[in-house]
Write a protein of this length. Structure first.
Length: 406
């Protein structure tokens, strides 16, 4: 039996990751059975998303978040894997940094907990030579790959995006990264920048790194031909890396009427709401909160937005921008991760990561001040880029070919 084990952050539980369903539908045609193991349920265990008939989901490994409890965590080192843990501890000089130490010991805690999980134990015992092990993220459940594949005979694929790829946005340290790379078959960054980063930092594993974009499902809708000239939109979680505070500072410097709509929620919600209260009267703000990802396209179409804005300091390749292009919405985005591979002057504007609020305000104004025919050109280019480069079917077909090749 051709069986795929699919390791996720929360899917099919939680409130996010709905776009995985589009990929799963295609993969389910190629495998007799797919089993999903989520890391956690993100507080939504009662609402498991509907899955194809041959796709089954285990309960999440964690039902509550892991929390650092100081020196109590040392007990997790008392295992037969002590040497494995200490080797990484000394190789990366974890003892020189408190942040590194906390990251290291919490990863140890997570690994030890996963190893005791009954469903993971069941997966480890699998001896089906046709089985394939597919990890959607490079941090989380991927930490246990060396224990899953200690004989290195299993076929293991790991996808990499942004937060799970770059050491620099992880305080310079991703625990057990070399161990992971040693025990996998393929690593698939979603951007060319990510591929080159991995090859440069881990040249001994260069032949394992290959581009694999996320892509967007073909839409049964037409792109927008009309738009609200002074309307901008953003889609992201309200977390520090997305830098919504930078966008707010820029909007505070804009003197013309602008309507900003944001889709997404998160830990910084109250802080963002407070900062929005200080914006001048010419800036109208609509904080829409969490919208199911399957409905974002509809919301973007209905809004008839003139500009999509992403000012993140770290990215893989933003799916939200791909979805905006599917509706012909031009984008202004920071040069983070692989964003430069999809955003340029033909479809909007790519700006430096360290752009000041003042310069960001100027760039927003330039794009909002475009003449209708100039905006239409950007819109047509954005839509064409979606058609030519972000076809989900194409990218999943490529993924399946990679799977079959190993």
């Amino acid at each position: 039996m051709k069986r795929l084990y699919f390791f996720t952050a929360a899917y099919p539980y939680g409130i996010g990751e709905n776009w995985k369903m589009n990929e799963l539908e295609i993969l389910s045609r190629e495998f007799d059975e797919i089993n999903i193991l989520p890391l956690n349920g993100r507080g939504n265990l009662e609402k498991k998303k509907e899955l194809p008939k041959n796709v089954f989901a285990f309960k999440p490994v964690f039902t509550t978040p892991l929390r650092f409890q100081g020196f109590k965590e040392i007990k997790y080192l008392l295992s037969k894997h002590l040497y494995y843990y200490l080797k990484d501890f000394f190789r990366n000089k974890v003892f020189l940094s408190q942040k590194k130490f906390v990251k290291w010991i919490m990863t140890v805690k997570r690994i030890q907990t996963i190893l005791k999980n009954k469903d993971f134990k069941k997966i480890v015992r699998e001896n089906n030579e046709e089985a394939l092990y597919y990890f959607y993220w490079g941090i989380g459940l991927a930490d246990i790959i060396p224990f899953l594949n200690n004989n290195k005979h299993k076929k293991v694929i790991v996808r990499l995006h942004g937060f799970d790829l770059y050491n620099e946005i992880n305080d310079g340290y991703i625990p057990f990264r070399l161990n992971l790379l040693e025990h996998i078959t393929l690593a698939l960054p979603c951007s060319n920048v990510g591929v080159e980063y991995m090859k440069s930092n881990y040249p001994e594993y260069a032949d394992k790194f290959h581009l694999q974009r996320v892509g967007v499902k073909k839409l049964e809708i037409k792109k927008n031909d009309t738009y609200k000239a002074n309307s901008i939109v953003s889609v992201s979680n309200m977390v520090k890396v997305k830098r919504l505070d930078l966008l707010i500072k820029a909007l505070a410097l804009c003197t013309t009427d602008i309507e900003w709509t944001h889709f997404g929620d998160g830990l910084l919600r109250k802080e963002i709401e407070e900062k929005c209260k200080s914006l001048p009267s010419n800036i109208k703000v609509n904080l829409r909160g969490h919208i199911d990802s399957s409905k974002i396209i509809d919301e973007l179409r209905i809004g008839q937005f003139g500009l999509f804005v992403n000012v993140s300091e770290s990215e893989g390749v933003p799916v939200s921008i791909m979805e905006a292009f599917a509706l012909g919405i031009p984008a202004l985005a920071t040069d983070a991760g692989g964003t430069k591979e999809i955003v340029d002057q033909k479809v909007g504007k790519l700006v430096p990561i360290d752009i000041s609020p003042d310069n960001l305000a100027k760039e927003i104004k330039k794009l909002l001040d475009l003449q209708p025919n100039e905006w239409q050109k950007l819109s047509e280019n954005a839509y064409q880029r979606y058609v030519e480069e972000f076809d989900l079917e194409k990218w999943v077909d490529q993924l399946i070919r990679k799977m079959k090749s190993i």
